[in-house]
Design a protein around this ligand. Structure first.
Ligand code: ADP
Length: 164
């Protein structure tokens, strides 16, 4: 059985992430979306539990996709699934440089781990979780940027932010 791991911070999950997950689910038998919370991204908008819950609601329609989380390094996490391939999305040249560097580090920790990249679909090239957080801060319309199932969660969180 072919297994793919789609890692990310998903703070929150966007339609750009979902596009990569959906396309990966057509290529591999099983996809594990792994919410990583070891990253040096300080002060996330959502707790890891909230992020997992939102990813779960966004991927419910894909029967071969499951959600997991890890506080450790991706290269260590992947060791539990021998032969699994890490699949990431590539938006622009800046993503490429970062990913190339990460791949070299990951190879040192886990030489068995292979990473594949899917190029971002044109309409999501400029979409990132930070763009969504910024738009939410100003109460902008999030339709077409994030899955419909989680729009209310983001609006609610942004409201709490504004009033705190
Ligand atoms: P972000 O960069 O939005 O904070 P993550 O750190 O959660 O997102 O990224 C997880 C993965 O999803 C990375 O491989 C990243 O390149 C990919 N990704 C994020 N947004 C998009 C997008 N709009 N199109 C394609 N891939 C994306």
């Amino acid at each position: 059985m072919s297994i793919a791991i789609c890692p990310g911070s998903f703070d929150p999950i966007t339609l750009g992430h979902l596009n990569i997950i959906r396309r990966t689910s057509r290529i591999f038998d099983r996809v594990i979306v792994c919410v990583m919370y070891n990253s040096n991204k300080t002060s996330p908008m959502f707790s890891v539990e909230e992020r997992i819950d939102m990813v779960q609601r966004a991927v419910y329609k894909y029967p071969n996709v499951t959600v997991d989380s890890s506080a450790g390094l991706l290269a260590e996490y992947a060791k539990q699934f021998p032969g699994a391939v890490v699949v990431k999305g590539l938006r622009a040249a800046s993503d490429f440089e970062y990913e190339f560097q990460m791949n070299l580090i990951n190879k040192k920790i886990n030489p068995e781990m292979e990473t594949m990249f899917l190029t971002s679909s044109g309409k999501y090239t400029f979409l990132s979780s930070s763009v969504v957080r910024e738009m939410a801060r100003y109460d902008a319309d999030l339709k077409g940027l994030v899955p419909d199932e989680i729009i209310e969660d983001i609006r609610e969180k942004a409201k709490q932010w504004r009033s705190s």
